[in-house]
Design a protein around this ligand. Structure first.
Ligand SMILES: [Zn+2]
Length: 113
């Protein structure tokens, strides 16, 4: 029952990019950052190592707000409310195979609707 994800290229938004750069600065082992977009508009991000392990704390934030929304405070950004999740790779990005392995490890449990 494995569904192939569509080959849509995920574009990092401007504000997300700033966050990603900040996360990577604090995570020298990070080879990429997982970006999780929630339906409420909040974001969840964390750097990952080349082993596919977290290389930073999970950061949650909300654009143009001091805090994440009430819902996220309650459920910490439950996966059921995730609209998109992908990995932004640090350049040069790892091999396609490694990207797939890590994606599977990090995002694999998310079902695509
Ligand atoms: Zn939220």
């Amino acid at each position: 029952m494995k569904e192939k994800k569509s080959k849509k290229v995920q574009q990092v938004e401007k504000r997300e990019r700033a966050m990603i750069e900040g996360i990577l600065e604090g995570s020298p082992d990070g080879i990429g950052v997982v970006v999780v977009r929630l339906e409420c508009g909040c974001r969840k991000m964390a750097a990952i190592s080349k082993e596919g392990e977290p290389a930073s704390k999970i950061i949650m934030y909300r654009d143009q707000a001091n805090a994440i929304c009430a819902k996220c405070k309650e459920d910490h950004g439950s996966f059921v409310r995730v609209t998109e999740s992908f990995i932004h790779w640090v350049e040069p990005a790892p091999s396609e195979q490694l990207q797939q392995e890590i994606s599977l490890k990090v995002l694999g449990s998310n079902t695509t609707n």
